[in-house]
Design a protein around this ligand. Structure first.
Ligand code: FES
Length: 102
């Protein structure tokens, strides 16, 4: 595997105790990881990797993700259509302003 140009971390609400109990997992963030992986592959965006991560400590804005190396934080996405908007922005090197966590 080559090193990805961008790496998306989606909160899976995992805590040090192990179980996903937080806001993001309750709002389907775990299924969003698979959707993004499949959609990025369909778009041929092979240089973008998606991983699940533990709580990002912005639970009140969840579900949440962070994109590196850009340092963009997104939250409040609730559907595959919202994720499409985020991936459209990624593809265009722009920002999906409506989901930005400042
Ligand atoms: S549970 Fe997702 S940011 Fe805390």
């Amino acid at each position: 595997m080559t090193k990805p140009e961008k790496h998306i971390f989606i909160c899976g609400s995992f805590r040090a105790s192990g179980e996903p109990q937080g806001v993001c997992a309750k709002k389907n963030s775990i299924s969003f990881v698979q959707y993004m992986q499949e959609e990025l592959a369909d778009r041929g965006m092979d240089s973008v990797l998606v991983s699940m991560t533990g709580c990002l400590n912005v639970c009140d804005r969840g579900p949440a993700m962070v994109i590196y190396p850009d340092g963009i934080w997104y939250g409040g996405f609730e559907s595959e259509e919202d994720l499409d908007t985020i991936m459209d922005a990624l593809e265009e090197n722009s920002i999906a302003e409506q989901f930005v966590i400042n």
